[in-house]
Design a protein around this ligand. Structure first.
Ligand code: SF4
Length: 474
């Protein structure tokens, strides 16, 4: 039987001034792996007079008490990817309170979701949420970084003055055994600027968590009964506390896993450390094996560094590697994909390798924001080229998923309208195309043709330093 602890239970809502529903449009077991969701939940419950409970897709009523959504005054949600938009809309159907959303995708382009919610937070919840709640107690809905859907005015992305390190977290167990890891965010954002990457262009530069707080959090994780730690961060190899965190995990006799790493920054000592905390696989994201594309996308990770890493990973006793590539990038040719497959194949000769190939999706606020999505026949051809050269199965993203991601990633007000009408339909290209046709929207042209306008630029403003980066790169 599945049980959880670490939340806030058995409370009388009459004792609170504001009851907040924290929504996560995914199943429960996925929600407990979302740091953004847990951050919202704990931060809200820390505010005096606020009672927050969680809502997920597969629970009727709140996780804590089974209360109906309409027993809450306001709903907040963090959205990690565009596919969650229609799911959120299904969750808030019939809800009479206000709905506020945040997260990376809506920060880059808030417009498509704005027709369906009351406000969008642009930036980090640490700064925005307390101010929004305090404004609500005065009958308003405002904060720096918050765009009110009724009267949208431009805002700059608000970054946290200090990263909140969550020391208490939800622990799920089955027959007493933990099912989820403790989430530890060593850093947020990235110092690099790969031209396709939303994080590199919105959360720049890298911001590090306080090392003492990370240490306290790990001791607390052990006390709460967690056995495993999942390190979170986009550019963690540059976070100064990463090694100390892993060393403490080892000292506490816990296990750790890490996200994808930059191959050019790994050394043998670091691999020893990873092995010692139980990591079995090393993941890197070269995106491409072609030198030409590496320059065009500004992610110049040398193939030799990846091959060196594959050998070292094998020598150290890891079981496998995982490589992330991308196809459909602007100006990509078939021969570039062949180079990627050659690289993957060489790595696979050294150590068992799992390959995931995603399709380039243009993201608002990046130098590639106006670029089109590659047509399905191009993706299919390049997928075949990859598989043939790799001589093995690859995990290729579904073109239909990339299509809808693009719609919501670079859509404008007409897509906000489409979402309101189409969210109940199956989440697939055909269903959305049908609904778009009724509204006179040509989705193919939005997705497959080079766009000329970036309407989100009127709403999400950039700081002076970001402006300089854009002038050089866009
Ligand atoms: S792809 Fe990775 S390294 Fe590049 S900007 Fe994004 S987070 Fe940074």
């Amino acid at each position: 039987m599945i049980e959880e602890r670490g939340g806030f239970y058995d409370r009388d809502p009459r004792h609170y001034d504001l009851r907040v529903a924290v929504l996560y449009p995914s199943p429960y077991l996925v929600s407990v792996n979302s740091l953004g969701h847990q951050l919202l939940y704990y931060s809200l419950n820390e505010i005096e007079g606020v009672m927050a409970e969680r809502f997920v897709l597969d629970f009727k009523g709140s996780v804590e008490s089974g209360r109906d959504l309409n027993e809450f005054d306001v709903a907040v949600a963090t959205l990690h990817f565009e596919g969650q938009y229609p799911l959120l809309l299904k969750m808030i159907e019939g809800f009479k309170g206000q709905v506020i959303v945040g997260g990376p995708a809506v920060t880059a382009n808030p417009i498509p979701i704005m027709g369906s919610v009351d406000a969008v937070g642009v930036g980090d919840s640490e700064e925005i949420i307390p101010k929004v709640i305090s404004s609500m107690t005065e009958g308003e809905l405002s904060s720096p970084g918050l765009i009110n859907s009724r009267d949208p005015s431009p805002t700059e992305l608000i970054r946290a003055k200090k990263l909140k390190v969550l020391k208490r977290q939800i622990l799920v167990t089955k027959s007493g055994k933990p099912l989820n890891p403790f989430l530890i965010e060593v850093s947020r954002g990235c110092n690099w600027a790969c031209k396709f990457c939303l994080i590199g262009w919105h959360w720049h530069p890298l911001q590090e968590a306080d090392p003492w707080e990370l240490k306290e959090a790990l001791y607390s994780a052990k006390d709460q009964g967690f056995k495993e730690v999942y390190v979170i961060g986009s550019d963690i190899m540059e976070a100064k506390s990463l090694k100390k965190v892993l060393e403490l995990v080892r000292e506490l006799d816990m296990k750790a896993s890490v996200p994808s790493l930059r191959a050019d920054l790994i050394d043998e000592d670091f691999l020893d450390l990873l092995i010692s905390v139980g990591e079995k696989r090393v993941t890197v994201a070269p995106e491409t094996g072609s030198s030409r594309m590496k320059i065009l996308i500004s992610k110049p990770i040398d193939n030799d560094d990846i091959l060196w890493l594959a050998e070292a990973v094998k020598d150290k006793g890891f079981s496998s590697m995982k490589l992330y590539f991308m196809v459909g990038l602007p100006n990509e040719r078939d021969e570039d994909v062949l180079e990627s497959a050659k690289l993957a194949s060489k790595v696979n000769e050294l150590i068992k390798t799992k390959v995931t190939v995603s399709i380039f999706v243009p993201k608002a606020g990046t130098p590639f924001e106006l670029e089109p999505l590659a047509r399905p026949e191009v993706v299919a051809r390049r997928g075949k080229i990859f598989e043939k050269e790799f001589r093995g199965k690859i995990n290729l993203m579904h073109p239909g998923r990339a299509y809808l991601q693009t719609v919501f990633s670079v859509g404008s007000w007409e897509i906000a309208n489409l979402l309101k009408r189409a969210y109940k339909r199956p989440y697939n290209k055909g269903a959305y195309q049908k609904e778009a046709k009724k509204l006179g929207i040509n989705l193919d042209s939005l997705v497959y043709e080079k766009r000329e306008e970036a309407p989100w630029r009127d709403l999400v403003l950039v700081s002076p330093s970001q402006r300089v980066r854009r002038e050089i790169n866009f």
